[in-house]
Design a protein around this ligand. Structure first.
Ligand code: MG
Length: 358
């Protein structure tokens, strides 16, 4: 490794993304470029959000941590603990993996078990101003070819919007993601009403640490429960499964700290025959292409949350990842993660840059 360049980039989102955690209007991420002695670059993305709402990591913190601790540590042979900063860890390790894979002209480890060249994707739809606006957005997404819809829900925006979509499109594959915004006290009311709507799964109804609550909830509702924020590691999945219950797994490779832990989560889920899909973090093309590698595994039997570049950005940082007919995404071919930032586009969206040498 000759040097590592950190690029802090800021891309306008086509529309604000509203979830129970807050609103993102821009996507500001740190890209890690690891440059080999032969001049080859490998790329990784730290997908922390701008505020520490989804997990404790956030862009400002990740920038300082990568610059001051993680990169100098990697030169000194010291690895930052995954538990302390999984997304920063994923960014640097995936850049190393991409570099090695490109040098060897083979695919990134994320695609080590790739079983397909295309995957189905879900249109994830944030909170809208009112039901009519929501139905218009859903209609647009279905027209674009998506076969699967997931609504972000939170107290005050839940049963009514889900029921409206279900009544307008009775056969559509529909899911909901609550981002941990309910309590067990809601189970008898709101969550029971949601249970009657035939969702493919209800994602993260309770806070991340409430494994007991999620386990008890499976006694109250029949809808499969997907765990997202709760699965920060393979050990978390073991803990969730120790209650003897079955869940759908939303794997976010960056949130669990990178390829190694992501593969552990996937192997555990396969051993337990769990349904699984790869979730999205509003990644740029770099993080999106990397995560799509995992979505191409056969064990991901549900549509991925990863979408095409055009869902989020007027002009992505890489060649765009396009929506194919039937609501599908192609796994970028080629060595490594299959894409790289376009130099002119990278320049245009860079707000800070630092180059570190051994
Ligand atoms: Mg989620």
């Amino acid at each position: 490794m000759a040097r590592i360049v950190l690029h802090r980039v800021r891309l306008p989102l086509l529309e604000p993304f509203v979830t129970a955690h807050g609103t993102e209007e821009h996507r500001e991420v740190v890209l890690v470029e690891s440059v080999g002695d032969d001049g080859t670059s490998g790329w990784g993305e730290c997908s922390a959000l701008s505020q520490p709402t989804y997990t404790p990591e956030y862009t400002d913190g990740a920038w300082a941590l990568l610059r001051d601790v993680v990169v100098p540590g990697s030169f000194a042979g010291v690895t930052v603990r995954i538990d302390d900063a999984p997304m920063a860890h994923a960014a640097i390790t995936s850049s190393f993996e991409d570099l090695e894979a490109r040098q060897a002209r083979r695919p990134s480890p994320a695609r080590s078990h790739a079983a397909r060249h295309e995957v189905s994707c879900t249109a994830v739809i944030g909170r809208q101003g009112d039901i009519d606006a929501l139905l218009a957005v859903v209609a647009t997404r279905l027209d674009e070819g998506y076969g699967s819809i997931k609504l972000k829900i939170a107290p005050g925006w839940d049963v009514e919007p889900l029921r409206a979509v279900r009544e307008a499109w009775p056969g559509v594959m529909l899911a909901a993601d609550a981002n941990g915004s309910y309590t067990e006290a809601d189970a008898s009311g709101v969550l029971r009403s949601i249970d009657a709507l035939g969702l493919v799964y209800l994602e993260q109804p309770l806070p991340a640490d409430d494994y007991v609550g999620h386990a008890r909830l499976t006694d109250v509702i029949d809808t499969p429960i997907a765990l997202d924020e709760s699965i920060r590691s393979a050990a978390d999945l073991d803990h969730a499964l120790s209650f003897g219950l079955r869940y759908v797994v939303n794997l976010k490779p960056s949130r669990v700290g990178g390829s190694g832990e992501a593969q552990e989560v996937m192997f555990r889920a396969m051993e337990s025959s769990l349904s699984m899909f790869v979730g999205g973090m509003l990644e740029t093309g770099v993080g999106r292409a990397w995560a799509l590698g995992f979505a191409s595994w056969e064990s991901c039997d549900l549509p991925t949350d990863l979408g095409p570049s055009s869902r989020y950005f007027a002009d992505d940082i890489t060649e765009p990842i396009e929506l194919l007919p039937g609501g599908r995404l192609a796994i970028p071919p080629g060595p490594g993660i299959g894409v790289m930032p376009r130099p002119d586009r990278l320049d245009a969206v860079t707000v800070d840059r630092v180059e570190l040498r051994r």
